[in-house]
Design a protein around this ligand. Structure first.
Ligand code: AVJ
Ligand code: FE
Length: 435
């Protein structure tokens, strides 16, 4: 299909909607008790996420575009993420799991009717209504649901629930030794942000603009568990020299001394992954570290975290490091193939033109940048997606994780979280300025 062929585009949208819904139903195919319980004050009950994605679809596709009246006006407040802090969600009068599935299924049927009836002319890239252009509103709800699916995986990992590790395989890694090689990126101007080639990009990725960066070095691979364990063994958590003062204070007060889900096992480390204890795989990218831990590690090796501009430039100029074609299984580990990151060096075919690897998939990568708007930013279609989070509270993460669906990540995609958060599937790589 092409973005300007509305019939091909409609078919693709149907496939996207079916795929994401299968995914959500798989992650919530569990006893009611697991779905209604709160597994962490940081997370919603799974049944809240499920109803919320349906309610969001109702708001944007059925009401904003389809002009329909609310199906159940009394539930809007319950599933409004801004009215209901996560820690309070279990106390709300939530729809029970069965009723939730019926509600979201009823919404979805009408969504397909709206798609079917949409004037193909309105979907052309030069159409007048930005919610219809390129089927934007369907891209919005699909990516939103995939993002909540990743959040549900984080909730399931916190719960210790064992049943949801898929059987899929991953490529093996390449031996690279404990010190990751670095790649030099020459200084100069590059284009940052999403342009016409990404009609489903979010408001915060827009608009494409020119930026100059001085030359820098960036690690070819994400930091491995082996490398991170060396930092711990070297007393990294006991030396304030490496730590941002706020991070030091947080770390000492919280008692954090290793990535989340790690435990000491003699002189090695084990980790709990979806309820099962296993040795920490040395060659996997480290995950479940906060921004503060990533920043401290980078400082300890004499480097720093890349800025998000440095991260994005290292991808080259296409939608993905390898070009504009969607991710294949040999290029990146996305979409929960095996409930884990692939080993370091597993995706030489996913390298960027500069030779930087594993930028997409495996682990979200913390960057040094605060979540701020690009020049000329305009909120679309609502300010509570991005704009209310801009400022010096959230750090940007890039590249997606093993739990991110291919439709919800690209070179320009921006994620963000508080610098103390560790339940997300986040790791990092290091960078340094030219001498
Ligand atoms: C982009 C992952 C930070 O989960 O808070 C979901 C995505 N926005 N519903 C989040 C989102 C609204 C968002 N992150
Ligand atoms: Fe949401």
């Amino acid at each position: 299909y092409s973005w300007d062929d509305p019939n091909g585009l409609k078919e693709r949208i149907v496939t996207e909607l079916v795929t994401v819904r299968e995914r959500s139903l798989t992650y919530t195919d569990a006893d009611d008790d697991l779905l209604v319980r709160q597994h962490s004050p940081l997370m919603s009950p799974l049944v809240w996420d499920l109803a919320h994605v349906g309610n969001y679809e109702e708001l944007w596709v059925l009401r904003a575009v389809g002009g329909m009246a609310p199906l159940r006006p009394e539930i809007d407040d319950i599933y409004d993420a801004f009215k209901q802090p996560r820690r309070d969600r279990p106390t709300l009068p939530l729809l029970p799991p069965g009723e939730t599935r019926r509600y979201i299924c009823g919404v979805r049927g009408r969504v397909l009717d709206v798609l079917d009836g949409m004037d193909p002319e309105a979907m052309h890239l030069d159409g007048p209504d930005p919610l219809r252009v390129g089927g934007y509103v369907f891209g919005l709800v699909t990516q939103h649901e995939h993002q909540h699916d990743e959040t549900m995986l984080a909730t399931l990992q916190l719960s210790g629930h064992p049943g949801l590790v898929p059987e899929g395989g991953l490529p093996t890694g390449r031996s690279i030794g404990p010190v990751a090689p670095e790649i030099h990126i020459p200084g100069g101007i590059f284009t940052m942000g999403a342009g016409a080639a990404s009609p489903w990009a979010y408001d915060n990725e827009r608009v494409a603009h020119r930026r100059h960066l001085p030359g820098y070095w960036i690690d070819r691979y994400p930091v491995s568990n082996r490398a991170f364990a060396t930092f711990i063994a070297d007393g990294g958590y006991d030396d304030p020299r490496w730590w941002n003062p706020k991070g030091w204070e947080w770390m000492r007060r919280s008692g954090v001394r290793a990535p989340l889900f790690w435990a000491r096992d003699g002189d090695t480390w084990s980790r709990t992954r979806f309820g099962r204890v296993e040795p920490v795989p040395e060659d996997e990218p480290v995950q479940h570290v906060s921004w503060y831990e990533a920043d401290a590690y980078a400082c300890w090796v004499g480097k720093r975290l890349p800025t998000e501009a440095e991260w994005e430039k290292a991808c080259g100029g296409h939608a993905y490091p390898w070009g504009d074609r969607p991710p294949s299984a040999g290029q990146a580990n996305l979409g929960n193939r095996a409930a884990r990151p692939a080993p370091i060096g597993a995706f030489p075919r996913g390298a960027s033109p500069y030779g930087v690897e594993q930028l997409i998939g495996d682990v979200w990568e913390w960057t040094d940048s605060w979540f701020l708007p690009y020049p000329g930013y305009r909120s679309f279609p609502y300010s509570e997606y991005s704009e209310v989070f801009f400022g010096e509270s959230y750090r940007v993460l890039r590249g997606g994780s093993w739990a991110t669906h291919p439709t919800a990540v690209r070179r320009t995609f921006r994620n963000w979280d508080y610098p103390i958060r560790r339940q997300i599937f986040a790791g990092f790589r290091c960078a340094r300025s030219e001498d």
